[in-house]
Design a binder for this molecule. Structure first.
Ligand code: ADP
Ligand code: MG
Length: 449
């Protein structure tokens, strides 16, 4: 039976998922099926009824107790997870610790698996944690878990076959990893049925798998397929989890994820592809001054939103900005936001886009995003050229630290170049905020014809 009406009122834009089928009683009503995504337009005088819109754009009345709002999927910190440290380092960390002190690290012998190392009576026991089809279990144990967090939680409560109950972790110094549980995607309303997805032609290649064009319930979508589930699953779902908490017109929107044999991440379809290819293929003959300032302002608006949430993107570049059919630019690729780190994913640092302090000391902040934004502006105004055109990659950092900066691209307005120069201040605190740059870009937009 349908549940009680919601306690708090939903505001316009709230996304809700149908929990039951609703046929409607009159032409005023919006019929829907269980699992449909609806967006609230407005409340009514009756708190049982809302005006809402479905993915086809049809509007009507819906009963509040037939639907539930989508929930944000959070990343949980795993302070005890040390990534790929060696057995010797593990011994150093756990030596002289009392019984039950533990850490988890990547397995050296079995790629994709982990090792649980536990101090016990002056020695250290190592248990293999096997990852099988998204489930984790300690070798020889008889429980399996959705995530490492659930597994650790279990053995913190009960030894259940280990040499001892886990007591406290040795925490990793210098930034911890985050993980997500599949269960939260399910209960949060983000899971899409594979049958509802029509997968079409391939449109791009990502680090974790190919990207396809497709259709979900009548709506064009982009579908990112995870190639190797045992390797990329956590990074892939981390990206999705960050996206569940973001809602901005200039951020690529997550529609949902498909869990199962193959994992897919489904996002809104951006028909004109990534910005760097867009700029290169059209060039000066097609792209106007107005287009350029619009791309700059759109991306800056998204970054101002991330800045206001203290979320650092870390990989801002024209290749990670996508262009919608209507010409609007949206920032994508949140794989590294929050807990991410290039060294963790095995990805290379995008040296030409990364601020010196981020390269040197791994210090990623909104100010290092601002540095990247300066490079992105340069890409926009040079129609997609590769930054630092005549400097070999290995020499870029040295030149930049000695004070070398790129010249203004041909035809770049002085105000835009002045923003670039400020974004490239060596001291992070001397770079402007996205908020202040957005105001300047909006002024520049107003005078651009
Ligand atoms: P990665 O995270 O590995 O960098 P991306 O998300 O950047 O992968 O996707 C790779 C390419 O696929 C993009 O450069 C773009 O051309 C295409 N693509 C990705 N997402 C979309 C989308 N939502 N709409 C249209 N094309 C997309
Ligand atoms: Mg990318």
């Amino acid at each position: 039976m349908p549940m009680e009406p919601p306690n708090d009122q939903w505001h316009a834009g709230t996304e809700v998922i149908a929990q039951y089928n609703f046929q409607g009683r009159s032409a005023e009503d919006l019929p829907f099926s269980k699992g449909d995504l609806l967006v609230i337009r407005r409340a009514t005088s009756d708190r049982m009824w809302y005006r809402a819109c479905n993915t086809d754009g049809r509007e009507g009345m819906i009963p509040a107790n037939y639907v539930q709002p989508r929930k944000v999927v959070t990343l949980h910190a795993m302070p005890w997870y040390h990534g790929s440290i060696s057995r010797e380092e593990t011994d150093t960390l756990l030596r002289y610790c009392e019984d039950g002190v533990f850490l988890v690290r990547d397995s050296i012998h079995f790629q994709g698996d982990c090792t649980l190392s536990v101090a016990i009576q002056g020695r250290i026991d190592h248990y293999r944690i096997m990852r099988r089809e998204g489930q984790m279990e300690v070798d020889g144990g008889d429980c399996s878990f959705d995530s490492l967090i659930d597994l650790v939680q279990h053995y913190l409560e009960d030894a259940d076959g280990l040499c001892t109950r886990l007591t406290r972790p040795v925490t990793k110094k210098g930034g911890t990893f985050g993980t997500v549980s599949l269960q939260e995607f399910k209960s949060g309303g983000w899971v899409i049925n594979r049958q509802d997805l029509d997968i079409g032609e391939a449109i791009g290649k990502g680090d974790f798998g190919d990207v396809y064009k497709g259709v979900y319930k009548g709506q064009p979508v982009a579908i990112k397929q995870l190639k190797d589930k045992d390797r990329g699953e956590q990074s892939f779902l981390q990206e999705a989890s960050v996206m569940t908490s973001l809602r901005h017109d200039n951020l690529v929107r997550l529609i949902g994820v498909v869990l199962g044999e193959t994992i897919y991440l489904v996002t809104e379809f951006m028909g004109k592809g990534n910005l760097v290819e867009y700029l290169r293929s059209r060039g000066r003959s097609v792209i106007t001054k107005k287009d350029q300032i619009n791309f700059a302002t759109d991306t800056c608006a998204a970054m101002e939103y991330l800045e206001s949430k203290s979320l650092v993107h870390r990989d801002l570049a024209a290749r990670n900005v996508l262009v919608h059919d209507d010409g609007k630019a949206k920032v994508s690729d949140f794989g590294l936001a929050k807990f991410g780190d290039f060294s963790q994913t095995g990805m290379k640092f995008p040296i030409k886009w990364t601020a010196p302090e981020a390269l040197r000391e791994n210090k990623f902040t909104s100010k290092s995003d601002m540095w990247s934004f300066g490079i992105l502006l340069w890409e926009i105004y040079s129609f997609g050229r590769v930054p630092y055109p005549r400097i070999p990659l290995t020499d870029v950092v040295m030149h930049v630290e000695r004070g070398y900066r790129m010249e203004a691209p041909e035809g770049c307005p002085p105000e835009i170049y002045s923003i670039m120069k400020q974004a490239w201040e060596l001291k992070p605190e001397e770079r402007p905020t996205f908020k202040s740059v957005l105001a300047r870009l909006n002024n520049q937009r107003a005078v651009t014809v």
